[in-house]
Ligand binder design. Structure first.
Ligand SMILES: [Mn+2]
Length: 233
């Protein structure tokens, strides 16, 4: 089922304008997960709801833009179409890379909080080969209906300050370890904070979301910065 709501259309157009900017400057784009509300690919089928996105990516790839996709908890279930035809590289776990002597650690970030025990177990189950194999035999309409229902329960949740504070402190502890181990930057998604934090000699970037707080991080070859994108909420 396609989401024809005006809000969704505006969000997509806003993302496509950001992609056009990357097209004009050149470079590589990294999606840090939960790019899609729900993405489950079958051996012979792809979700049609994102046809405009696929087209957009293919257009930019012709201009030499590279696409990297660190999978999130909403879009972990990719197969060859997303891995080979759409993205240049897809990461099922954390990814690390170095450029111009800067070391990046990029992760979606779900399951990092110390109190998230239940979630870490759930994460293992829904990412297991057996679960995915089983889900593949259920009719897509049922799977998608269920996923939309689950997703609608968690959406647009504006976390209270206390939770934001606790999450920030927890992720900072994780980032400090990575920075102590030689990374310059840790970038994660999932928590919607939209903040960049200086830590020791490095930086922690916690991306915003595309609903209330659209942000992007930009590495110009020397330093990493974070920017709001068309933010007028
Ligand atoms: Mn997430």
């Amino acid at each position: 089922m396609l989401d024809h709501s005006t809000d969704e259309q505006h969000r997509r157009e806003s993302l496509f304008r950001l992609m056009d900017q990357v097209k004009s400057t050149g470079g590589s784009l990294f999606f840090v997960g939960d790019l899609f509300d729900f993405y489950f690919e079958y051996p012979d089928l792809i979700p049609k709801a994102f046809a405009d996105f696929y087209t957009k990516v293919l257009e930019l790839k012709k201009s030499g833009i590279a696409f990297h996709f660190i999978l999130g908890n909403h879009d972990y279930w990719v197969q060859d179409y997303m891995m080979k035809d759409i993205m240049d590289e897809v990461y099922f776990g954390d990814m690390e890379f170095s450029i111009n002597g800067r070391n990046f650690f990029i992760t979606h970030g779900d399951g990092l909080l110390s109190w998230d025990h239940g979630y870490r177990i759930l994460k293992k189950i829904i990412r297991s080969r057996f679960f995915i194999w089983m889900l593949r035999w259920i009719h897509p309409t049922i799977t998608y209906r269920l996923a939309r229902w689950i997703s609608s329960k968690g959406r647009h949740s504006n976390h209270p300050q206390k939770i934001r504070h606790d999450v920030r402190e927890e992720i900072k502890l994780v980032a400090e370890k990575h920075i102590d181990n030689g990374f310059d930057y840790m970038i994660c998604g999932h928590y919607h904070l939209g903040e960049m934090i200086d830590l020791n000699n490095g930086k922690l970037v916690i991306m915003g979301d595309w609903f209330h707080n659209p942000t992007y991080a930009y590495f110009n070859g020397k330093e990493l910065t974070m920017h709001p994108w068309e933010h007028n909420a």
